[in-house]
Design a protein around this ligand. Structure first.
Ligand SMILES: NC(=O)c1ccc[n+]([C@@H]2O[C@H](COP(=O)([O-])OP(=O)(O)OC[C@H]3O[C@@H](n4cnc5c(N)ncnc54)[C@H](OP(=O)(O)O)[C@@H]3O)[C@@H](O)[C@H]2O)c1
Length: 345
């Protein structure tokens, strides 16, 4: 086997993504080399290109959703062997990202992939699910299951609102909320996705074309204990803060524009938690490992259903036009997936 792989590399902040050859890494102690059979595209993969503060090594490699097979194991690895089907979340570091054909990841952040789930389906899970899990469960956010015990504590009688339920993360929030036993799972999304979101666990759907975010409170009766906000706008953060009950919890994917003002104005001890959806970030790895240890079971028991996806032909070459479609907001309710091994130079 050649020791070379293809990798889509960002030359500099705001620069071009270029297909290049590079060495296939060998496995450091405690880590796995994974041959990537499928990866998915996420909004962060176009947003981060103009945020060089998050990319320390150049040329950078993007992409964090990984589904593939173990190619090699480093010294001391006990849970995996060559040939295992796995999924994991990559990191924005050249050796650990997913817009390439091989990557390395530490074994405690990797899960085995049940045979019933394809690589393409599995690639829709890592970033979306981890962001949902950190926002709802982690001790520093809504803390609904900080030790990630299965079965989890039940929130019977409580209500959660998911603003942007048809987003990839939103679909995992709905499924986790169902697993956590919330009695009412209200979601705000385009009408065309309502039936599917109901299948995933939503108990009430609000049409985003009919209800402006500023009028969300009028469209909902009863108190809301938790809001997970996925639209990432200040308007959405304000709406979330307004509708949650006194003492309730708002989780937001928007880390850049935290509306602490809105929280202060709303008063009444409302809690606001911005989420960084990474199991690699310093301080988040221990919790991340607790989540990854449960992923295989959650998938095989059907608690986590992958997002619906659209497979883009052309391997890594399909990523640039795919990200452009996402930037223009032309992707709705599906994850874009590519197969890096199909790439031709
Ligand atoms: N902080 C973090 O670590 C973190 C991690 C992951 C994601 N994010 C952010 O979270 C957001 C969602 O990410 P994702 O990957 O889940 O997104 P995605 O799947 O790419 O989201 C696409 C969906 O957004 C929905 N949408 C757009 N504007 C909306 C609005 N005003 N109200 C309701 N729904 C709206 C569209 O829904 P309809 O088709 O129903 O209209 C579309 O289906 C992005 O901004 C992303 O950058 C942050």
């Amino acid at each position: 086997m050649s020791n070379q792989q293809l990798s889509l590399q960002l030359e500099k902040a705001g620069g071009l993504l270029v297909l290049r050859s590079k060495d296939i890494p060998s496995a450091p102690a405690g880590e796995l080399v994974i041959k990537i059979h499928a990866t998915a595209l996420n909004p962060v993969d176009w947003k981060i290109q103009s945020m060089p503060q998050f990319l320390q090594e150049w040329p950078a490699v993007l992409g964090t959703d990984i589904a593939g097979e173990v190619e090699a194991v480093g010294e001391g690895v006990t849970k995996f062997k060559k040939g295992d089907r796995v999924l994991t979340q990559g990191a924005f570091a050249p050796a650990r990202a997913s817009f390439q054909q091989y990557t390395i990841l530490q074994e405690d952040l990797v899960a085995k992939l049940p045979e019933s789930v394809s690589y393409e389906e599995a690639a829709t899970i890592p970033l979306g699910f981890i962001t949902a899990a950190i926002g709802l469960l982690a001790p520093w956010t809504a803390a609904l299951n900080p030790e990630v015990v299965v079965p989890p504590p039940q929130y019977t009688g409580q209500t959660i609102l998911v603003i942007g339920g048809s987003t990839s993360v939103g679909q995992y929030v709905i499924q986790l909320a169902k697993h956590l036993g919330f009695t009412n799972i209200i979601t705000y999304a385009s009408k065309k996705h309502h039936a599917y979101l109901t299948e995933l666990g939503a108990t009430q759907t609000l049409d985003r074309a009919a209800v402006p975010l500023s009028a969300l409170g009028d469209a909902i009766s009863g108190t809301i204990d938790v809001v997970y906000e996925l639209v990432a706008s200040t308007e959405s953060q304000d709406a979330a803060t307004q509708v949650v009950r006194a003492g309730g919890k708002v989780v937001s994917v928007n880390m850049r524009d935290v509306r602490s003002d809105a929280v202060k104005e709303a008063g009444a001890g409302k809690h606001f938690y911005p989420v960084a959806g990474s199991s690699h970030m310093p301080g988040q790895e221990v919790f991340g490992a607790k989540v990854w240890a449960k992923v295989e079971k959650l998938i095989s028991e059907g608690v986590i259903k992958p997002n619906r996806y659209e497979l883009l032909p052309g391997g890594l070459n399909a990523i640039i036009p795919g990200l452009e479609r996402m930037r223009k907001d032309e992707v709705s309710g599906v994850k874009l997936v590519v197969r890096p091994q199909e790439t031709e130079q």
